[in-house]
Design a protein around this ligand. Structure first.
Ligand code: MG
Length: 257
């Protein structure tokens, strides 16, 4: 068995208000793959859409001939096609959709570990970098009307957090036969910590809160990451837990360098 390329952990919780958990999470340490999907509320079968998207992504990438941004894009496009096909065929699933954010750590002997990110919707991928000084950066840009207002200078990110329309998505998976997917590839450093989450976490905790909870120095095993993920979920529930809350954490292992 090959050694895992990442340490990773996931935690998902229904929150304190919702009657169903429609988030789905994926951790595959040997493939270096992590993902979060948040089934769209107010529509049919959000839980079916998020689970199907995650399962399709995982299956498609396990068969990918080459590890590349292109392969990840193809896998997300396949997930879109599967969710859309099922929602078109089964009346009780009509109109279902989901967000999806995926991070794929690829080992490259020339460049060191590379992180490939794909996302659709407002689930996020953050990178916490401990050196030279601790910094938290969101590598994804929400596909939401709130983000559009920020982009056009109508409000600040802090003001956008208060807007009633902040959850209106401008892009989601499974709604249309074709999909626009945001992609990026970036190099990883040894102690980088990746956090993937849906709006159920990022609505309750802002970047300052998240950065304060992410203490990289306490992480050296999967169970350390697990405890950290649970701490984040707990903090979001303490703030009200208005939505389902999920956290996936990952960090490259030494073998990937
Ligand atoms: Mg949500």
């Amino acid at each position: 068995m090959t050694e895992p390329i990442i340490l990773a952990a996931a935690c998902t919780h229904i929150g304190r208000i919702r009657s169903r958990n429609e988030d789905a999470v994926l951790v595959d340490a040997s493939m270096g793959l992590v993902a979060v999907a948040d089934g769209l509320g107010g529509r049919n079968a959000g839980d079916v859409a998020s689970r199907l998207a995650i399962d399709t992504l995982s299956r498609a990438l396990s068969k990918a001939a080459l590890q590349s941004e292109w392969a990840l894009k193809e896998a997300v496009a396949q997930a879109n096609a599967h969710v859309y096909a099922l929602s078109s065929r089964i009346p009780s699933y009509a109109g279902m959709g989901t967000t999806l954010v995926a991070g794929w750590v690829i080992s490259s002997s020339k460049l060191g570990p590379q992180l490939v990110v794909a996302h659709v919707g407002d689930s996020r991928l953050y990178r916490y970098r401990a050196q030279p000084s601790p910094s938290l950066e969101c590598l994804t840009r929400d596909h939401s009307s709130a983000q559009q207002l920020i982009d056009h200078g109508f409000c600040t990110p802090a003001e956008a957090r208060q807007l009633p329309q902040r959850h209106i998505l401008t892009n989601a998976l499974g709604i249309e036969p074709h999909i626009d997917i945001d992609l990026l590839t970036t190099a990883l450093l040894q102690d980088d910590l990746l956090l993937l989450c849906p709006d159920g976490l990022s609505d309750m905790l802002d970047d300052t809160d998240i950065a304060a909870l992410l203490d990289r120095t306490s992480v050296s095993t999967d169970s350390d990451l697990d405890a950290l993920a649970q701490r984040l979920v707990h903090a979001a529930n303490d703030r009200g837990g208005h939505d389902n809350i999920s956290v996936v954490l990952a960090t490259p292992t030494k073998i990937s360098f």
